[in-house]
Design a protein around this ligand. Sequence first.
Ligand SMILES: [Zn+2]
Length: 314
Amino acid sequence: MSFSSDTKNELAHIPIEKDCCAHAELSGFMRGAASVSLVGLGRLGIVAKTDNNAIARRIKSLLANLYKEPVRLMIGDNPFDQNIHEYQLVIDPSEAAKKIIARTGMMRFTGGETHMRSDIDKKLVATKCCRKAYIRGLFLGAGSINDPEKSYHLEYVLSSDEYAKAVRRLISTFTDLHAQTCKRRNDYIVYNNRADEVGDLLSLMGAHAQVLKYENTRIIKEVRGHTNRISNCDNANVDRAIQAAIEQTEAIASLDFNLLSDDLKIVAQARLENEDLNATELAIQLSEGHHKDISKSWVQYRLKKLVSLARDVS
Ligand SMILES: [Zn+2]
């Protein structure tokens, strides 16, 4: 299994707590993987394709739960590779299919007119939880990630320039996250290839087990690089991460906890109790302890803030 399909398998099994997010995920998937089929008299149906069994079943059950609509799941062989199955989710032309097309933001129906949409329906991504779910759905439908052993790269392969830009803007609504766009043959790619941000994107989508694997690989690669540097150079530096943790612990020890905001208190406490964890591991531990998604950059920002507060005090 590739790192990418492991990521999709994990994402296809995470629970969705709210209907709004279920709908946002479905919509992201549809925009990434579905096309509208037109039969006579303007009747519209939907065909969505994936090569991943878990994704096919997840989308089928999302459709069933949200729309109570019968979906046909067909399995065929990929014409280019007999070892890969291709799963087709088919919703036959009907009023229900049209409703799904409109509500998931694939097309707009105004008056008697029908338009393909190249934007993202604002209603679908109005809240942070839904923005994450939409990005996850889009990844399930049109995304992939490279094995971090080889390179840091996560991308979404999309069919229009304008939609790619809309996705890039959506990603940049998250603090410290950016994406770039480029054209590859007939596709428009939204991608990120910065080591820390690819990890943040994984965690934002909810692939926490894969984040751990990803960050471990990064650390091992860094240590490998570090060992090479040490053997090349007698003046070995103390590992930057360890140095930073020592500096943060000392800084926090010099601060008056009563004067800190709640966020800073949480991070300061976590750092004092776990001197050997890096920011990613702290973020994961805090997320579990507080039952919400806390990103590495959220933790890093506050650790920096604590260090600079300590400097101001001294
Ligand atoms: Zn939501």
